[in-house]
Design a protein around this ligand. Structure first.
Ligand SMILES: NC(=O)c1ccc[n+]([C@@H]2O[C@H](COP(=O)([O-])OP(=O)(O)OC[C@H]3O[C@@H](n4cnc5c(N)ncnc54)[C@H](O)[C@@H]3O)[C@@H](O)[C@H]2O)c1
Ligand SMILES: [Zn+2]
Length: 363
């Protein structure tokens, strides 16, 4: 098992990564002195696949578990659903101390970490992520989130888990689209922080799609390490360092929203957003065309989209403007000077941004 320690003073925790490691989970929970009664948030698909394995391993270790299955879609991150969930938690935890265990992808993770952070002003949280995206990104770093009708992730808290436990065997049942969603975030880490990881993705993408375990282990470990380091330096995004994790997300979110969160998955929209940010970097004279072509090629190899075919240009630009309105800044974009060389830019000319969005469309 590989372990990364996220150093955040009294909020420090371990990210455990490995294959066949689930049996060690109870031992870790005990060493953290977590309550014996666990409130597990998941969805019915994940419960059906892996619920029995989790429940029995916890039972062997002396823990009892209660499973709450939420709906399996981004809609689970609604205020209504969060209130319902916190009421079930309150009922369950009436006469006992409990910890919340998030068991699923990023949706389950964002929702359950949010309720763990608000119930009784915070109860212990453990993340057991089951998608590649959740193992390399959303389970680490303490951003909790639920959505409002006007935009995604508008309500949330910073609340660190006590433990992140990445069992790689869970990834065996992911389909290609779910794998790609995680790979898109991995490309983001590689572009902002690590040329070596970029090369690894170029050379090993086939093995990753075949779920070759040494390749997946390397990917999850390297990405989790990059995320943990950035979070350590800027836990609450106050020093502008964590901002680089938003690379590709500003325009990506507009694409996701314009497609009503159905036409493009988060990972697909992110790939398009990263390409727009790279094109913009090129236009502003920061990025040479060889680096741009290299990024475009990797995105193509991973089967991620390079152009928008399913949306209207106006809808994406309107969604982009709306997002800016809520963010309340003129604009702040993460651009790049090369692979591994991000730059946070403010007041990028609007026309240049709109042009970069327009160039994603094919006619
Ligand atoms: N908090 C953060 O820092 C952060 C970072 C990135 C993304 N996010 C959020 O994460 C969410 C996306 O996460 P996601 O991509 O994991 O999506 P998801 O949670 O919707 O999972 C994708 C699908 O995979 C299924 N699934 C989960 N584990 C599986 C497994 N082992 N085998 C087969 N199917 C499985 C789920 O049931 C779901 O249908 C978004 O809401 C996004 O906003 C949060
Ligand atoms: Zn993302």
């Amino acid at each position: 098992m590989k372990i990364i320690r996220v150093h955040l003073k009294e909020r420090s925790y371990c990210v455990c990564i490995g294959r066949g490691i689930l049996k060690h989970l109870p031992g870790y929970l005990k060493s953290l002195k977590l309550p014996q009664e666990l409130f597990i948030v998941t969805n019915s698909q994940i419960k059906h696949r892996f619920g029995f394995a989790l429940k029995s391993c916890l039972k062997k270790g002396g823990f009892s578990s209660f499973f709450y299955s939420s709906i399996d879609s981004e809609k689970a991150k609604s205020i209504t659903n969060a209130v319902k969930l916190v009421e079930v938690l309150a009922d369950y935890a009436r006469q006992k101390k409990t910890a919340v265990l998030a068991f699923g992808g990023g949706v389950v993770g964002d929702l359950s970490s949010f309720i763990a952070s608000i119930y009784k002003r915070g109860v212990p949280l453990v993340q057991v992520p089951t998608t590649l995206l959740a193992q390399i990104d959303s389970s680490i770093g303490g951003k909790t989130a639920i959505d409002l009708a006007i935009a995604k992730n508008l309500v949330g808290t910073f609340y660190q888990p006590r433990l992140v436990f990445c069992e790689l065997d869970f990834l065996a049942t992911l389909d290609k689209r779910q794998l790609r969603a995680g790979m898109s975030e991995a490309v983001k880490y590689a572009i902002i922080k690590d040329e070596g990881l970029f090369r690894f993705l170029e050379e090993n993408y086939r093995q990753l799609f075949f779920k070759d375990m040494p390749a997946l282990t390397h990917l999850v470990y390297e990405c989790a390490r990059i995320k943990s380091r950035i979070v350590q330096l800027d836990e609450r995004e106050e020093r502008g360092l964590r901002t680089i994790l938003n690379f590709g997300h500003t325009i990506g979110h507009a694409i996701e929203a314009a497609g009503n969160y159905l036409k493009y998955s988060h990972g697909e929209a992110l790939a398009l957003g990263m390409l727009a940010a790279c094109r913009l970097s090129q236009r502003l004279g920061m990025l040479d065309s060889a680096a741009y072509e290299r990024i475009l090629n990797l995105i193509a190899k991973l089967g991620l989209p390079q152009e928008i075919i399913a949306l209207k240009e106006k809808d994406v630009i309107d969604a982009y403007k709306l997002d800016k309105k809520f963010i309340g800044r003129t604009n702040r974009l993460v651009l790049i000077k090369g692979i591994g060389r991000p730059v946070v830019c403010e007041n990028v000319p609007q026309e240049a941004i709109h042009k970069a969005i327009k160039e994603l469309f094919v006619y």
